[in-house]
Design a protein around this ligand. Sequence first.
Ligand code: 13P
Ligand code: 13P
Ligand code: MG
Ligand code: MG
Length: 374
Amino acid sequence: MRTTLSVIKADIGSVGGHIKPSAQVLKAVRDHIETQGKKKIIDHFISHTGDDIAILMTHTGGVGNEGIHKMAWDAFVTGTNVAKSQGLYGAGQDLLKDAFSGNVKGMGPAVAEMEIEERPNEPFLFFAADKTEPGAYNLPLFLGFADPMYCPGLMLSPSMAAGFKFVIMDVNNTEGDRIIELNSPEDSYDIAALLRDNGRFVVESIWSRHTGDQAASVSTSRLRNIAGKYTGKDDPVHLVRTQAQFPATGEILSPYSIGHYVAGTMRGSHNGPMMPCKQNTTISFFDGPAVVTCAAFCVHNGKLTEPADAFDHPFWDWVRGNVSQKAQEIRRQGFSGPAMLPYDDLEYGGIVDKMKKLDKKFKIREGEKTPVSV
Ligand code: 13P
Ligand code: 13P
Ligand code: MG
Ligand code: MG
């Protein structure tokens, strides 16, 4: 059976700052999907990661399906009305356009979708991150799909020996989707050269070179590029199929033990480590650390199993301790150097105005000659 997996997520308001959506807002979103989705979707799963609500749906309508996108958009509009009525912070934060036009892409919500031919056994993972940008998944995806140090299946499994195709997007190009297709293993240095720059080059999808099947889909929206100013961080979602011709679930999860430094946390303007957390985790220290959650499922004829919470295990408690230490190490140096994002990536316009004002106050000291080189 051909099944479409669609996850659409948005921040439509949160309790106590950028911590979590309220129970009433979550209920409004859930009720909308349950009533409106009866004929449109086969199954759904609604969760939150920090202040972002994700609607995971299965259906047969294909990717970019107007009816599915409109239903999710309307669920977020309905939830926003509740958020406003409760005085939640940032009510409707990620709904950047007034009217729906065909597809939520470019309107604020993040989208990751795949239309798949269901295998008899179809495990997949749904990741959601808060307080960070889409490029935060670059390193774990590279290590999980292209590095035998993290993915021994690349050496051990004949159905993975041919490697994977990476489709990478230049998210700075706002005129249209500017993409490049590169194959691992032979292009892996080129892939690394691009994925190094999380703010600009983002893995959009990954494909098995053995079967041609899609393995992963990542949301690529940069809210700053849509709104023209900082309105909140992108907080990306992504979907990965696992096992058989794809990496095993544990191979995909293993790079998250690094707690690598990503852009985000406080005011979207700092670098901090990404912490793998349990489902429905909230946000705390310094509007962070950036968190990532992972719900593992199997799907059959479009029906989802219950989720397995992939980061709910004693091993990840130890990782979370290490990540907290990494968070505190970089935080102790406040605004200095790599603790904050470089000037061009800073999310707040205020600093640009400040620098312009200060620029006018600079002067060349009188009476001093420019040194002449001899
Ligand atoms: P099982 O032998 O438990 O199926 O595990 C195989 C595997 O994929 C481990 O990563
Ligand atoms: P969100 O994008 O999760 O709303 O966070 C915004 C922010 O600036 C936190 O400090
Ligand atoms: Mg928010
Ligand atoms: Mg958020």
